[in-house]
Design a protein around this ligand. Structure first.
Ligand code: TUI
Length: 318
């Protein structure tokens, strides 16, 4: 079960969905760099989704896919568009894609739902998913409860299909750890926000570069949808409203509008700067091809270093 063979890609790395960010141009840059690029249907109209798929087809001959954000109102229509446009790979997030699985499998689409728990991963396997993406709460954006460290091995033990690890992965040691936990590949989101090709506002990229390890927080754990973002004025305002008992709809509208402000206007104070806990370790804007290649090389180096530590020495004296 080598993800590179399953997907026809150079590195066992897939791009996170990233609604409002991952265009056809960006996805094709990731695919051309040797990973699996994904167009995020969330945040696009159906017309834009078709246009972005057409653009990706024109910009890469490598495999790419579409991520469908199931909480988005366009999800139903998007589930047909991927079939009509001959998309070969679909990942899903933020909900249960069960009702689409039969038609996707009939169309020959490989489906990788994002799973925040063991029960959900099992359900996806029984629906015929080709693999699951076990996404820990270290991730940016909409998150579950469990950490990658706890979630990945438990899902690996529960299902026979390939498991891809996500959340908290941006460097070689973390990618190596994902394989140690039983994953066959990794999904990167935050690390790819700093790709030269990533179309977010430069202020958003700079805010990630400036962030330290403790600079993310999760809004929506009490009254809304849990979303990990960089701490700023907007995050403080959201958490205050949430504590005061604001309703789900008010909070959701507040977040969605704010993502737009961050991505397009570069408003780092009022925008929702979705980012994972690895933001603190990211310091450079680099081409996607360099990010992916260096991650892969760094993972192999980490393995060599790991093999040299004395813990493997059975003759070690107490
Ligand atoms: O979906 C994500 N990450 C996202 S989506 C997003 S856009 C957004 N904007 C504002 C509010 C909310 C979302 C930004 N980041 N990751 C995958 C993910 N899926 N995380 C958690 C889940 C999930 C949660 C529950 C998957 C399935 C699920 O199942 C519920 C059920 O129906 O059983």
């Amino acid at each position: 079960m080598d993800l590179r063979d399953i997907l026809g890609i150079k590195y066992p790395i897939i791009q996170g969905g990233m609604a409002n960010i991952a265009t056809g141009k960006f996805a094709s840059a990731i695919s051309n760099a040797g990973g699996l690029g994904l167009i995020a249907a969330g945040g696009m109209t159906i017309k834009q989704l078709r246009e972005n798929i057409a653009e990706a087809k024109s910009l890469t001959s490598k495999p790419f896919g579409v991520n469908i954000m199931l909480m988005h109102p366009n999800a139903n229509e998007a589930s047909d568009v991927v079939i009509e446009e001959g998309v070969k790979i679909v990942t899903t997030g933020a909900g249960n894609p069960g009702k689409y699985m039969v038609k996707w499998k009939k169309a020959g689409i490989k489906v990788f739902p994002i799973a925040p728990s063991v029960a959900y991963a099992r359900r996806m396997e029984s629906h015929g998913a080709d693999g699951v993406i076990a996404e820990g709460t270290e991730s940016g954006g909409h998150v579950g409860e469990l950490t990658t460290m706890a979630l990945v091995p438990q899902i690996c033990a529960a299902v026979k299909i390939p498991v891809i690890a996500a959340g908290g992965i941006a460097g070689g040691p973390q990618m190596l750890a994902a394989f140690a936990l039983g994953a066959v590949g990794v999904q990167l989101g935050t690390a790819l926000l700093l790709a030269e090709e990533c179309p977010i506002h430069t202020n958003y990229k700079q805010a990630i570069i400036n962030a330290k390890d403790t600079d993310t927080t999760v809004t929506g754990r009490i009254g809304g949808v849990p979303v990990r973002i960089l701490k700023n004025k907007m995050a403080r305002e959201y958490l205050k409203r949430e504590k005061e008992g604001a309703g789900l709809e008010e909070l959701e509208n507040f977040t969605l509008g704010s993502l737009h402000k961050a991505v397009f206007d570069g408003d780092i104070h009022n925008g929702s700067l979705m980012a994972g806990q690895v933001a603190g370790q990211l310091k450079e804007i680099r081409p996607a091809a360099v990010i992916l290649q260096e991650l892969y090389v760094e993972m192999k180096k980490s393995f060599d270093i790991l093999k040299q530590i004395s813990i493997w020495n059975d003759n070690h004296k107490e």
